[in-house]
Design a protein around this ligand. Structure first.
Ligand code: ZN
Length: 131
């Protein structure tokens, strides 16, 4: 296999960025200047365009030859949470009971412990927020 580096790599990086844009496929933020192998080279992943995606150099080197899921769990936990919410919404949205899908925003609110000693002012705040 050709060594990854020099003009060979530069050419593939340029083609990858031209094809897919500059949104990093690992952290999903813009400004990618490098190309990451979806299936790492060390795992037999080819240098073909369909195995390459734009990435930041930092994200690329942090990931190494580990999985994309590992990278996100370690460096982008907020991304993992968003995916979980999206999955939950699509899951609950398809129930036959006719319940509407919950708004994703309810997942991001801090948990409120409700009990009989809850001050009235909190209830007012909650009612205002819900209207
Ligand atoms: Zn990135």
């Amino acid at each position: 296999m050709t060594e990854w580096g020099g003009r060979y790599a530069q050419g593939l990086v340029a083609t990858t960025l031209e094809t897919y844009g500059t949104r990093c496929h690992l952290c999903l933020r813009g400004g990618a200047t490098s190309a990451d192998h979806i299936v790492p080279r060390s795992h037999g992943g080819p240098d073909s365009l369909d195995n390459l995606r734009p990435s930041h150099k930092l994200c690329n080197s942090r990931r190494g030859d580990r999985s994309i899921a590992w990278f996100r769990a370690r460096y982008c936990p907020e991304l993992v949470a968003e995916v979980v919410v999206a999955d939950a919404v699509s899951f609950f949205g398809t129930t036959t009971a006719g319940h509407p899908a919950p708004s994703p925003s309810i997942f991001s609110r801090p948990k409120q412990i409700r009990n009989s000693e809850e001050p009235a002012v909190d209830l007012e705040f909650f009612a205002l927020e819900a209207s």
